[in-house]
Design a binder for this molecule. Structure first.
Ligand SMILES: [Mg+2]
Length: 258
């Protein structure tokens, strides 16, 4: 079956990613205010965004996904990992590839792969304070389940930071980066993309939001500021967000000349 992405998507992305990555500069305050001053809806991805990939929480899920495929399809570990990466590449998530090609029951799969050790996560009081200082609403939008997301949020000490948490079930099992996922979640939430910013570690997942008018921040150690659909890139989410609250709250006073 054809992958659901536009035919030239991977070609365009590999072109964009083939040159050396410029490091993410600390953004100029005037540019932050110009690009994010109107934002009152803050959308956060979960895995490898609210906590760094170096915590190896999501790596546990990847291991469990591969173990599932080894058991169900009788594959060797290396072949299971290869197929898992192909499904992620071609369908947005491993689960989407399994559902499309094998009619996998999503709930049984999700329950199995989310049975992991959360103790690798530690509370992040710096991120919590930065989040709470943002003007407006904050939501989480993940390709995992919202139950899993709430456990991660609790382990990070971020309880009470988010007005809503949306997962793959709320998106009717259509994952980011497919346009229908954003239509469903943005529609269910009632958010206005033109007053929104989104933080994500997977650059693919920012293409549709960018086209809808969402300001896009790519997060992670290899986050690249030079992709056409990325407004800012940072490898320090708490540091980036902690600069925004005071800047954006001061911005209206600056504009009015007070
Ligand atoms: Mg992620």
């Amino acid at each position: 079956m054809d992958p659901p992405f536009p035919p030239r998507y991977h070609e365009r992305m590999s072109d964009a990613l083939s040159s050396p990555a410029p490091s993410a500069p600390v953004p100029d305050p005037a540019r932050l205010v110009a690009r994010l001053g109107h934002v009152r809806e803050w959308i956060f991805d979960l895995d490898n965004t609210l906590y760094p990939a170096s915590n190896a929480l999501f790596a546990q899920i990847e291991e469990r996904m591969a173990a599932y495929m080894m058991r169900v399809f009788g594959l060797r570990r290396s072949d299971a990992q290869k197929l898992r990466r192909e499904y992620w590449r071609d369908h947005g998530t491993t689960l989407a590839g399994l559902m499309r090609n094998h009619r996998t029951d999503p709930d049984a799969f999700l329950d199995e792969v989310h049975r992991i050790d959360f103790s690798v996560l530690r509370p992040d009081p710096r991120l919590r304070a930065a989040m709470l200082a943002l003007p407006g609403r904050r939501i989480v939008f993940t390709n995992g389940t919202s139950d899993y997301a709430r456990r991660v949020i609790a382990a990070l000490g971020l309880d009470g930071c988010f007005e809503a948490v949306y997962g793959i079930r709320e998106a009717f099992y259509t994952p980011k980066p497919l346009p229908a996922a954003y239509q469903r979640i943005f529609g269910a939430d009632g958010l206005n993309p033109r007053r929104a910013a989104m933080f994500e570690d997977d650059p693919r997942n920012l293409e549709v939001p960018h086209a809808l008018g969402v300001a896009c921040v790519l997060v992670g150690p290899e986050a690249r500021p030079d992709l056409p659909h990325v407004d800012f890139a940072t490898d320090d989410l708490a540091g980036f967000v902690s600069r925004l609250g005071p800047l954006l709250r001061a911005a209206p006073r600056l504009e009015s000349g007070a």
